[in-house]
Design a protein around this ligand. Structure first.
Ligand SMILES: Cc1cc2nc3c(=O)[nH]c(=O)nc-3n(C[C@H](O)[C@H](O)[C@H](O)COP(=O)(O)OP(=O)(O)OC[C@H]3O[C@@H](n4cnc5c(N)ncnc54)[C@H](O)[C@@H]3O)c2cc1C
Length: 442
C-alpha cells in the first residue's frame, strides 16, 4: 500500500487526510499525520491560534466529506456584524441564508470557566483518525528528497526516527520553523510573507456576552497607530480580541482594548484582567513560491490563503485539491503544477491583490471623518431597505469582513457603490455643510 505522510494536523492537513480516505476506496492508501500539538489541552500550546470565525461554506465542505461539525464544537452562531469607527458605528445582519459560527482552534483558553466544548482542530484530526489515518504525535524535523524521482521521500521525525513515504503533503502553516526547513531543501520553495497578530481571550459571564455582544462580531477601524484592524469575536464565556498590524505586540492589544471606543462595548464595571490567555500568531499575506516538487506538495497557509479572511476555507480548498491530485496519481512536479498549483493560484492569488487594495482603501477611509461619516450614513439608510441586493455598501462591508466572496467581486461592488450612492451621499453632505456655513455667516 502506498503511504502518504502529512506534516501538520491543522485544517489543511486533516481535511487532506479525510478526502484521501473518503475517496480512496478503490485505491487504498496508508495516511500518516504528524503533529505534536496537544489539541486536547487548554491554552495556546494546544491551539492553532485564530479568531475562530467559521463560514457556512466550511461546514458544507465538511458535511460533504461526511464529517458534520457537532454542536459541542460550535461556540456561537453569528447573526450580525458591528462596524465601529472613531465617528460612530453601525450594525448589519448577515447576508440572507449565510450563517457564521465561532469555534476554538484548541480546547479553549487557559482557565476555562466551565465545559468549553471541543476544539475545531481536535474534532477534525480525530475524525481523520476514526476514518483510518495514523496520527504520530511528533514533529517532523526534516525531509530527504531523493535525486531519483521514483524513490520514496524520507521523513525524519521526533528523536531521530525515520519513515519513507510515496507522497509528502506539507500542511505546517506559517507558525512553525518548518517552512524554513522546506526552503533549505533547495527545490525552490519560498514561504509566504507574514504579518503579525496579537490575540487575547477575555473572560466574561455567559449572560454578559449575550447582552453586550448579541451574537455579533465587532470590527473596529479606529485609525490607531500600528493597528490596521481590531475585532472582537464572541464565544460562549469569552470574547476573542484580535489586533492586526505589521509589528503588533501585547502592549498594542491593551492600547486597543483600553481605548474608550472599545471599552464601551464591555459591561460598565469591566476591567482588563491582569492575566489572560493570549498569543502572537503570524498571518500569511502572500503566496509561497514553488510549493511543489516530485511527490511533495505544500497545502494551506504555507502555500496560499485568502488574504486576511476565511483562511480555514482556503485551507480546506487546498487540502481537498491536493488529495484529488494524489488520488488521480498526478504527483510528478509538472502534473502537480498543472492540476494542483494552478487551480489554487487561479482561485486566490490574483484575487488577493483586490483584497489588499480593498483593505488599504478601507484603512485609508477609516482615518478621515469626511469619508467615514457618509459611509456610515449610507449603511444606516440601507438598513431600512427590504432587499439585500439593494444594500450595496452593506454587502461590501459584510463580504470584506467575512471573506465569503471573491475580493474581485467585492471590489467591483465597492466601485459601483461609490459611483452610485457614495458620491451622491458625499455631495449632499458637502451641500449641507455649505448651507450651514452660509446661514452662520448671515
Ligand atoms: C490572528 C488570526 C486570526 C485568524 N482568524 C481566522 C478566522 O476567524 N477564520 C478563518 O477562517 N481563518 C482565520 N485565520 C486563518 C487560519 O487560522 C489559517 O488560515 C488556518 O489555520 C490555516 O490552516 P493550516 O492547516 O494551513 O495551518 P495551521 O492551522 O497553522 O496548522 C498547521 C499545523 O501543522 C503543525 N506543524 C507545524 N510544523 C510541524 C512539523 N514540523 N511537524 C508536525 N506538525 C507540524 C502545527 O502544530 C499545526 O497543528 C486567522 C489567523 C490568524 C493568525
Amino acid at each position: 500500500m502506498e503511504r502518504v505522510a502529512i506534516i501538520g494536523g491543522g485544517p489543511s492537513g486533516s481535511v487532506c487526510a479525510l478526502s484521501l480516505l473518503k475517496e480512496g476506496g478503490s485505491h487504498p492508501l496508508e495516511v500518516v499525520i504528524f503533529d505534536k500539538k496537544p489539541f486536547s489541552h487548554y491554552g495556546p500550546l494546544g491551539c492553532n491560534m485564530c479568531a475562530g470565525l467559521i463560514s457556512h461554506s466550511v461546514l458544507e465542505t465538511l458535511d460533504s466529506l461526511g464529517v458534520p461539525v457537532p454542536a459541542n464544537v460550535i461556540q456561537r452562531k453569528i447573526e450580525k456584524h458591528f462596524f465601529e469607527t472613531r465617528w460612530g458605528g453601525v450594525s448589519f445582519e448577515n447576508a440572507p441564508g449565510a450563517m457564521l459560527y465561532t469555534a476554538y482552534r484548541g480546547m479553549g483558553p487557559l482557565d476555562p470557566r466551565g465545559d468549553e466544548g471541543t476544539g475545531f482542530d481536535h474534532f477534525l484530526l480525530n475524525s481523520a483518525v476514526k476514518r483510518g489515518a495514523r496520527h504520530i504525535k511528533e514533529m517532523v524535523t526534516s525531509l530527504e528528497i531523493p535525486s531519483q524521482p521514483t524513490r520514496p521521500i524520507r521523513v525524519r521525525y521526533g528523536d531521530h526516527r525515520v519513515m519513507d513515504a510515496h507522497v509528502v503533503v506539507v500542511a505546517c502553516g506559517v507558525n512553525s520553523s518548518f517552512p524554513q526547513v522546506l526552503q533549505g531543501l533547495n527545490f525552490g520553495y519560498i514561504p509566504p510573507v507574514t504579518f503579525h497578530a496579537c490575540q487575547a481571550e477575555i473572560p466574561l459571564d455567559e449572560g454578559e456576552v449575550n447582552l453586550w455582544f448579541d451574537n455579533s462580531v465587532k470590527v473596529f477601524s479606529l485609525g490607531l497607530k500600528g493597528i490596521s484592524l481590531g475585532a472582537i469575536t464572541p464565544k460562549k464565556r469569552f470574547v476573542t480580541v484580535t489586533v492586526l498590524g505589521s509589528h503588533v505586540r501585547r502592549a498594542d492589544l491593551e492600547r486597543f482594548l483600553l481605548n474608550p471606543i472599545v471599552t464601551r462595548h464591555f459591561p460598565p464595571h469591566w476591567e482588563l484582567p491582569t492575566q489572560y490567555c493570549h498569543c502572537h500568531p503570524k498571518v500569511a499575506i502572500s503566496t509561497a513560491k514553488n510549493p511543489v516538487t516530485h511527490r511533495l506538495l505544500v497545502v494551506g497557509d504555507a502555500f496560499i490563503s485568502r488574504y486576511l479572511k476565511n483562511g480555514i476555507e482556503s485551507a480546506l480548498y487546498t487540502g481537498t485539491k491536493a488529495a484529488r491530485a494524489i488520488l488521480e496519481g498526478k504527483v510528478s512536479r509538472e502534473e502537480l503544477i498543472r492540476h494542483y498549483v494552478r487551480p489554487c493560484r487561479e482561485r486566490y492569488h490574483r484575487d488577493n491583490y483586490y483584497g489588499k487594495l480593498l483593505f488599504k482603501t478601507h484603512d485609508m477611509i477609516a482615518k478621515h471623518r469626511w469619508l467615514v461619516v457618509p459611509r456610515l450614513h449610507m449603511i444606516s439608510k440601507e438598513a431600512k431597505k427590504e432587499r439585500w441586493e439593494e444594500k450595496t455598501e452593506t454587502q461590501v462591508l459584510w463580504h470584506l469582513f467575512t471573506g465569503s466572496a471573491p475580493y474581485k467581486s467585492i471590489f467591483l461592488r465597492a466601485f459601483t457603490s461609490f459611483a452610485k450612492s457614495f458620491a451622491k451621499e458625499y455631495f449632499l453632505m458637502v451641500k449641507r455643510i455649505l448651507k450651514r456655513d452660509s446661514m452662520e455667516e448671515e
